[in-house]
Design a protein around this ligand. Structure first.
Ligand SMILES: NC(=O)c1ccc[n+]([C@@H]2O[C@H](COP(=O)([O-])OP(=O)(O)OC[C@H]3O[C@@H](n4cnc5c(N)ncnc54)[C@H](O)[C@@H]3O)[C@@H](O)[C@H]2O)c1
Length: 405
């Protein structure tokens, strides 16, 4: 693919090369000319590359790989072992192309490489601990400011991942990021503004990621909305809105994530990365008077399967998790606008006189007699990340409420 030589297009490739050649996980942050460096910068000459040139991204990756000869990769590894490091990429005549600040992270577990040669390879061994699957990785969670997204962001941060909380509600994302940074082991928690239904907003968010952490290892496309309504009278505007966020929004996020992850893959062809959509049990079976939502989720599974087939070439796995109802989350339990209150007021549950009656009615539909929680979803995410031999799947987490054929 054609790309413009710029600090943001080089950053993910550089992160990939460092992962692969120097065996180190790090954030790659674009550095301004006047930003001080803790120690002297390492300078790499990218032969034949000029700033702002339009070139094939494979050529750009090859030039950067050549600049990071085995000796230079060793040099980066040694520097990163002792802390933050600065790297300058320059032309053959010494002009600056890009400057970065590298922040070391925990080493990634080499068992999670996908390059499996034979039975007995370390990639086939069972994980030491579930959390180690994401430790030292960089994750991006849309709709991360509340509900399932916040639970997922919290779990990833507790497991030692750098976490991006991307949400249309930026103040909530910022305050949650601050809270998480204080309460977890995460090396960094970032907040970024995103409206997944707007292509420009999604593009801007991924540009911020490229400039701040260089690349990503896990993208959780979680942002979603629900507007229930009968086919007999639901306004088409509501139908469109749900699909703009849940269906087109997933397309937008997957597209910009895949572009970034593909650039990183050019530097790290052995590492796999993950795009995981938080779908729903309503993506696996119809939902009465909730067609806009169920349709957007069924459609997204078609996208998951199709993107998985295409992106497997770049070692990007694409899967969906289909949770059951998160009764304790704001969607159901918000005292003013939550579904329990709405269903009580609309008489949807025959004989229900209180919110508790409505809840009991829905809990009784689940063979395991409870709603879904964040950690239930997290376990599914960890499984999908660790499992190097699966893509394009929709994994139910429903307490037995939905069983696959
Ligand atoms: N709550 C459930 O019972 C349940 C069950 C199954 C699946 N899900 C799915 O889980 C995901 C999260 O649901 P939830 O119940 O936690 O939702 P929620 O309403 O509690 O939180 C959604 C978050 O997404 C953000 N958001 C909304 N529109 C956005 C947009 N256009 N761009 C970016 N961010 C946006 C909101 O600000 C909020 O922080 C959704 O995809 C939903 O379909 C939820």
């Amino acid at each position: 693919m054609k790309t413009t030589v710029s600090p943001s297009s080089i950053a993910p490739i550089l992160r990939g090369l460092i992962l692969s050649e120097a065996s180190f996980s790090c954030m790659v942050k674009v550095r301004a000319e006047d930003q001080p460096c803790p120690k002297e910068s390492l300078r790499f000459v990218a032969d034949g590359i000029l700033p702002n040139a339009e070139i094939d991204d494979g050529e750009l990756a090859a030039a950067l790989k050549k600049a990071l000869s085995p000796h230079e990769a060793q040099n980066i590894r040694n520097q990163l072992r002792s802390g933050d490091t600065c790297v300058d990429i320059v032309t053959t005549n010494g002009a600056t192309i890009a400057q970065y600040h590298l922040v070391p992270l925990e080493p990634l577990d080499r068992r999670y490489r996908t390059a499996i040669q034979a039975p007995g390879d370390e990639s086939l061994l069972a994980s030491a601990a579930r959390a180690s699957v994401v430790r030292g990785k960089i994750a991006f969670v849309t709709g991360g400011a509340q509900g399932f997204g916040a639970e997922i962001a919290r779990g990833l941060a507790q497991s030692g991942a750098v976490v991006w909380i991307a949400d249309i509600n930026l103040p909530a994302a910022r305050s949650f990021a601050q809270k998480l940074a204080a309460e977890t082991d995460s090396p960094a928690v970032f907040a970024v503004d995103i409206d997944v239904s707007s292509e420009t907003s999604v593009q801007r968010a991924f540009e911020t990621v490229a400039q701040t952490t260089g690349g990503l290892d896990l993208v959780v496309s979680n942002a979603g909305i629900l507007k229930a309504g009968s086919i007999l009278d639901q306004p088409v505007g509501d139908f469109r809105l749900v699909n703009e966020v849940n269906y087109t929004g997933f397309f937008n996020v997957a597209q910009h994530a895949a572009r970034l992850l593909r650039l990183q893959w050019l530097g790290a062809p052995d590492w796999h990365t993950d795009i995981i959509q938080i779908n729903s049990k309503s993506g696996l079976e119809g939902s009465n008077k909730n067609g806009a939502y169920a349709g957007s989720k069924f459609g997204s599974i078609g996208l998951v399967q199709s993107f998985a087939l295409e992106l497997v070439e770049y070692r990007i796995k694409v899967n969906a998790v289909c949770p059951g109802n998160f009764f304790d989350g704001p969607l159901w339990s918000d005292p003013q606008r939550g579904l329990f209150v709405q269903y009580l007021n609309s008489g949807k549950v025959p004989g229900a006189k209180t919110v508790e009656d409505v809840r009991a009615y829905y809990e009784a539909k689940v063979p395991m007699r409870r709603g879904c929680y964040g950690p239930d979803v997290l376990k599914a995410i960890y499984y999908l990340v660790e499992q190097a031999y699966e893509t394009g799947q929709a994994l139910p987490v429903t307490g037995g409420q939905v069983m696959l054929n």
